[in-house]
Every structure is written in structure tokens, then in C-alpha cells.
Design a binder for this molecule. Structure first.
Ligand code: HEM
Length: 171
């Protein structure tokens, strides 16, 4: 009996499935394919997608490979809204760390977390290489000679004048 019922239900389901297949067309969401992908329950954004949220009404930041929607925080941010707006469209990690934000600030960030960034799409930070030649001319010899001459010239003129005066007086 049980097996007969099972067979019956199976047939019904088979019919329903056929109906569904013929009527509904399932297409992938191409927008999400190009903009964001879901991996292990996390949303992974591309830099282009995050960079498009760059204004007062919609402001996203990338800090340590995580994406934060700080739109609602703009007015309350103790450092002001301008700094947050100027940190959009790039990896703002250094900006954030350079300020020396408190642990309270870091704890607040969780509230604004919206996903992760595909770190492979962020341009690598160039390593700073100091110039081999100093940027200014360190050879100060000429400068020194000019300064000495500037000091000596009035003394020489004074000496000459004094000498002429003595000479004319004696003759
Ligand atoms: C989700 C991201 C951020 C959160 C939650 C956040 C939060 C905070 C908080 C709570 C403070 C008060 C001081 C402290 O507790 O450390 C602060 C100050 C400040 N923040 Fe942020 N911040 C964020 C991102 C940024 C970014 C990207 C910049 C870019 C430069 C920035 C610049 C500043 C500045 C300039 C101050 C003022 C520091 C001072 O007056 O000494 N913040 N922020």
C-alpha cells in the first residue's frame, strides 16, 4: 500500500515539475554577476561597484578588505563627512589607520559592514622608493662665498675710504 501511494505521489510531482519547466524561464541575474557575488554567505563586491557609492546620499568605504556603508554615519562622524567622502572609490585603510582611530571606532564599524571587496581588483599600493639624488642642491660652497663677499665688500670700501682719507691728509 505504502509503495503504491509513493508511486502515485511521485507521478503527481513529475507532472508538476514538467509544468514548471515549460512555463517558467529562469535567467541568472547578470547584474549581480558583474557587480557582486555571494561567497560563503558573504557578498563580495568589485572596486567599480563600491566606487559608484561616492556621494552624500550613498557613501561606501573600503577598509581592510571590508566594505562599509557609512551613509547614515556621515553627519555623526567626529572627523566630519568630507573626510569620509574623500575616502570613497579607493582602499581607505591607510586613511583610517593614519588617524589612529580608537577601539570604540573599530567596534562601530560592524554596524556599517555590507560585504567584502575582491582584494585582487584593488590596485596594489606602490612601494615608496626614496630618490637616489637629494631633491635640493646640497653643495652650498657658492652660497657661502657669496655670503662672505656680501659681508666683506662694505668693510673693503670702508677701509679704502679710510686709507684715502689718511693719505690725502698726510700729503
Ligand atoms: C567606518 C569607518 C569609520 C568609523 C566608524 C569612524 C569613526 C570615528 C570615530 C568614533 C572617531 C572619534 C575618535 C575615535 O574614537 O577614534 C573618528 C574620528 C575621526 N575620523 Fe573616523 N571613522 C571611520 C572612517 C574614517 C576615515 C576613512 C577617515 C579618513 C581620513 C576618518 C577620519 C577621521 C578623523 C580625521 C577623525 C578626527 C580625529 C581627531 O579629531 O582627532 N575616519 N572616526
Amino acid at each position: 500500500m505504502a509503495s503504491a501511494r509513493t508511486v502515485g505521489i511521485g507521478r503527481k510531482n513529475k507532472k508538476k515539475k514538467k509544468k514548471f519547466r515549460t512555463r517558467k524561464i529562469c535567467l541568472p541575474d547578470y547584474t549581480t554577476l558583474f557587480q557582486a557575488a555571494t561567497m560563503d554567505g558573504r557578498t563580495v563586491f568589485t572596486l567599480a561597484e563600491v566606487a559608484s557609492h561616492d556621494n552624500r546620499n550613498d557613501c561606501w568605504l573600503i577598509i581592510e578588505d571590508k566594505v562599509y556603508d557609512v551613509t547614515k554615519f556621515l553627519e555623526d562622524h567626529p572627523g566630519g563627512d568630507e573626510v569620509l567622502l574623500s575616502s570613497t572609490g579607493k582602499d581607505a585603510t591607510n586613511d583610517f589607520l593614519d588617524i589612529g582611530h580608537s577601539s570604540a571606532a573599530s567596534a562601530m564599524m560592524e554596524e556599517f559592514y555590507v560585504g567584502d571587496i575582491d582584494s585582487s581588483v584593488i590596485p596594489a599600493k606602490g612601494e615608496y622608493i626614496p630618490p637616489k639624488q637629494p631633491l635640493y642642491n646640497q653643495d652650498k660652497t657658492l652660497e657661502f662665498i657669496i655670503k662672505v663677499l656680501q659681508f666683506l665688500a662694505p668693510l673693503v670700501i670702508l677701509g679704502l675710504a679710510f686709507g684715502i682719507h689718511i693719505y690725502t691728509k698726510t700729503t
